[in-house]
Design a protein around this ligand. Structure first.
Ligand code: GAR
Length: 209
């Protein structure tokens, strides 16, 4: 099994779904570390409760983004980490860190990319009047929310939806999608090659859940 880290800044509900999935026998990854840039991230308690090693690298105690990321990288290497899942990790990463983990770092984003990169995705989806919305897991590249897509799940936008109701409907799908995507990169059935995702193995259209 591969050693994966989950990077969080807050609640950590996707982190919990990854921990739960990875604890099942036959899953190709272990969640070996949860790393947060905030000591008050609620997810840290949930990780500790699950018996997962945790680390805090506070960006505010570093003068530059580079030194913050070098500190994170050192912790990741120390724990023998091979794959990184960004799960509500709210720091923009430098090209250096992204290149270093190229093909080994994925992110979950609460929209059907390439629509609605950035923040407030549910508010913007409601403003635009889209009738289908969702979530995406993608490889991380230097450009924000622009990496090659590994898996997506769609939900309907329903009359009367609020940001909160839409977020909740999508979060259910995020919790299914993210373990599925981690499995695919760890067992080699989704690989980054020349800036594209190459699917192989027993993939049978399950990228769209
Ligand atoms: C999730 O909805 C995730 O998709 C989103 O933050 C939430 C984190 O929730 N990520 C982003 O907006 C990334 N820009 P969680 O901490 O409960 O997993």
């Amino acid at each position: 099994t591969r050693r994966a880290a989950v990077l969080i800044s807050g609640r950590g509900s996707n982190m919990v779904s990854l921990i739960e999935a990875a604890s099942a026998s036959g899953f190709p990854a272990d969640i070996a570390l949860v790393l947060s840039n905030r000591s008050d991230a609620a997810g840290l308690q949930r990780a500790r409760a699950a018996g997962i090693a945790t680390a805090i690298v506070d960006h505010r105690s570093h003068p530059t983004r580079e030194s913050f990321e070098q500190a994170m990288d050192a912790v990741l290497v120390e724990h023998g980490i091979e794959f990184i899942c960004l799960a509500g990790f709210m720091r923009v990463l430098t090209d250096w860190f992204v290149e270093r983990w190229a093909g080994r770092m994925i992110n979950i984003h609460p929209s059907l990319l390439p629509l609605f990169r950035g923040t407030h995705t549910h508010r913007r989806a409601l403003e635009e009047g889209v009738l289908i919305h969702g979530c995406t897991v993608h490889f991380v590249v230097p450009e924000l929310d622009a990496g090659p897509i590994i898996a997506q799940a769609a939900v309907p936008v329903i009359p009367g939806d609020t940001e909160e109701s839409l977020a909740a409907r999508i979060l259910v799908q995020e919790h299914r999608l993210y373990p599925h995507a981690l499995r695919m990169i760890c067992d080699g059935s989704a690989r980054l090659e020349n800036g594209r995702v190459v699917f192989s193995g027993d993939w049978s259209g399950e990228g769209a859940l």
